[in-house]
Design a protein around this ligand. Structure first.
Ligand code: GSH
Length: 213
């Protein structure tokens, strides 16, 4: 199995953690990235296999899967143990809803912070965008803290929702938007999730790539 990944790609980090949690041997291929050119030129295999020209991209024999959410779904179906989705339909729906929320509601705010730190811009509103992102993330942390009350994980077991949240909250924390101290449920959850070897290893790789960028 091969995973095409980006050294600073948060979506690739999700796929890497899922593979590690399932103990799946794979070749990790880190595509090129720079502040100036971002992902250009795209890796030739990514161009050939993914019309979106994005990582993560998984190749498992003759199966090609792109998009971190679809990769997690594929891995779960092909390699069900250990599971990364809850058992009940109700909890699976909660898990999928939260993973989507992290990718589609949290990430745009995190992207605003990434742009201010990593990519030079002449947008005169960059500081305002960063401040608005910080405010929105503060609101999302409050909501998440309520959702995690009385729960070890977001759903009834460690799941793709926790993976998506771990990656985005790790990134937000390194970009000046760490969870507030009052969010004690988030802190308890974060300690548990970040101590997992899969999350610890991938977070360390992201931190090293960010330091070198
Ligand atoms: N929805 C996709 C998003 C993937 C994505 O945005 N990948 C970025 C890196 S984080 C990428 O490959 N960008 C290449 C480019 O924009 O040229 C997923 O969940 O995998």
């Amino acid at each position: 199995m091969k995973l095409y990944s980006g050294p600073l790609s948060l979506f690739s980090a999700k796929a890497r953690i899922a593979l590690a949690e399932k103990g799946l041997e794979h070749e990790l291929i880190q595509v090129g990235w720079s502040r100036e050119d971002r992902y250009l030129p795209h890796h030739p295999e990514v161009v050939r296999l993914n019309p979106k020209r994005q990582v993560p991209l998984l190749v498992d024999g003759d199966v090609v899967v792109y998009d971190s959410t679809l990769i997690a779904e594929y891995l779960e179906e092909k390699y069900p143990q250990p599971p990364l989705f809850p058992a009940s339909i109700k909890e699976r729906a909660r898990c999928r809803r939260q993973e989507a929320a992290v990718d589609e509601i949290w990430f745009p705010h995190i992207w605003d912070l990434i742009e201010t730190v990593f990519y030079p811009t002449d947008d005169p509103h960059v500081a305002e965008r960063a401040a608005a992102a910080q405010a929105e993330l503060a609101r999302l942390y409050e909501e998440l803290d309520r959702d995690l009350a009385g729960r070890d994980f977001y759903c009834d077991r460690f799941s793709v929702a926790d993976i998506a949240m771990a990656v985005m909250i790790f990134a937000a924390s390194t970009l000046g938007a760490a969870p507030p101290e009052a969010a004690t449920n988030v802190a308890r959850w974060s300690d548990a999730v970040r101590s997992r070897p899969s999350v610890a290893e991938v977070s360390a790789d992201l931190a090293a790539a960010a330091a070198a960028a």
